[in-house]
Structure formats: structure tokens, C-alpha cells
Design a protein around this ligand. Structure first.
Ligand code: 5GP
Length: 193
């Protein structure tokens, strides 16, 4: 998606360790117009998939997931990273290694919000090693829900996430695919469609 690529080129900051910082429009301050345009693009890519629910993992994917749910006109579920008193014991859970926090955390979803008949689109801001998306896939498999695909805003194609998801038979679309990050350099794989 050219609009996102241009924005990353303009405002993205390359940090050590293959990290792309996009705090000024996505991960801290959020640009609602760009986010809404990205949600519409994710809808265009998955509109024939009979999606009835969106799933993400807290916290950075939630804003985007909500806008995507607005365009699909369906509920949005986010997996929680801590067990609060409001979350019953009746949960699906799995452990996910966080790329940015560099720790493993249990993620949980109430059994009330994922059901066997659901056809679920996983949405996240970044795809790196595929840990978060694979965790979401495990939750959906445990729930007996079917997976419509994975919609990603920024894929770091030099990391193995995409291959890991494709190997699980899941469709992946990313709005921007970064194949090289170096000091002051952000290079993209050309768009297919
Ligand atoms: P994965 O689970 O695919 O290894 O990493 C994806 C998750 O880690 C995303 O939910 C995102 O929050 C975070 N992440 C991974 N790489 C980056 C990055 O380069 N920049 C930012 N801001 N977040 C990242």
C-alpha cells in the first residue's frame, strides 16, 4: 500500500536489532485517517473470506483491529496478556514470545468470545518472527474456529514470520513489506496488487 510505504519512508526510524520505530503514526501517536485507509485495504484483501470476527493480541494491534472490525462490520476480540478478575477461568490460552519485550507471556481469550463456527481474521501491526500470529492461530485452533487469514500492516520480510505462517497453511497479506533495514535505509519489496 503506497500510502503506508510513503509514510514509513518519511517518518519511520530504524533502531538497532532490526526494529522499525513508527511511534509517530502507529504505535504511540496514531494517524486515524491512515489507519482507516489501511483497514479498508485489509477489507479489500479479505472481503471474500466470510470473516465474522477479528482477533489480535494486546496492545499494539488493538487500534487497527477495531478499525478493521468497523469496516467488516464484525466484533473484534483481543487476547489479553494478564489474567484480571474480570476474566473467568474458562479461557483459551497459549504462550507467546514478544519480539519487542523479549519475554514469553501467556495470552488468554475467554471461551465466550471464540466459537467453533467463527471464521476469524488475525490482524496485527507488525510481522517479525511470527510468534504473535502463531499464538493467535493456536488460540483459534483450540477454539475450533477457522482462520480466514492474517492481515499485517508492516512485515519485516528479512525475518521468518511469513514463511512460518505460510507453512501452517495460512494466507498472509501485508500492506508494506520491508526487506532491508539499516541505519537510515528502509527498502521495500514492490507491491503485487
Ligand atoms: P512477531 O511475533 O512476529 O515476532 O513480532 C510481532 C510483534 O512484535 C508485533 O505485535 C509488534 O508489536 C512487535 N514488533 C515486531 N517487530 C517490530 C518492529 O520492528 N517495530 C515495532 N514497533 N514493533 C515490532
Amino acid at each position: 500500500m503506497q500510502q503506508l510505504i510513503e509514510r514509513i519512508k518519511r517518518d519511520g526510524v530504524v533502531k538497532p536489532g532490526g526494529v522499525l520505530k513508527v511511534d509517530s503514526f502507529l504505535n504511540h501517536q496514531i494517524d486515524p485517517k491512515l489507519s482507516y485507509d489501511m483497514a479498508k485495504e485489509i477489507h479489500r484483501l479479505f472481503e471474500n473470506e466470510d470473516v465474522n470476527k477479528i482477533l489480535t493480541i494486546e496492545a499494539s494491534g488493538i487500534g487497527m483491529a477495531v478499525l478493521t472490525g468497523l469496516v467488516f462490520d464484525c466484533p473484534v476480540v483481543f487476547a489479553k496478556k494478564s489474567k484480571t478478575i474480570n476474566l473467568s477461568d474458562d479461557v483459551y490460552s497459549t504462550t507467546v514470545y514478544s519480539f519487542t519485550h523479549q519475554v514469553s507471556k501467556q495470552v488468554l481469550v475467554s471461551k465466550r468470545y471464540l466459537n467453533p463456527g467463527d471464521r476469524v481474521l488475525i490482524v496485527d501491526d507488525f510481522l517479525a518472527n511470527g510468534e504473535a500470529a502463531s499464538g493467535a492461530i493456536r488460540l483459534l485452533t483450540e477454539a475450533g474456529a477457522s482462520i480466514a487469514g492474517v492481515g499485517i500492516l508492516i512485515e519485516k520480510s528479512f525475518q521468518p514470520g511469513r514463511d512460518k505462517l505460510i507453512a501452517q497453511g495460512v494466507d498472509v497479506y501485508s500492506l508494506a513489506r520491508v526487506y532491508r533495514l539499516a541505519k537510515g535505509v528502509i527498502e521495500f519489496i514492490p507491491e503485487e496488487c
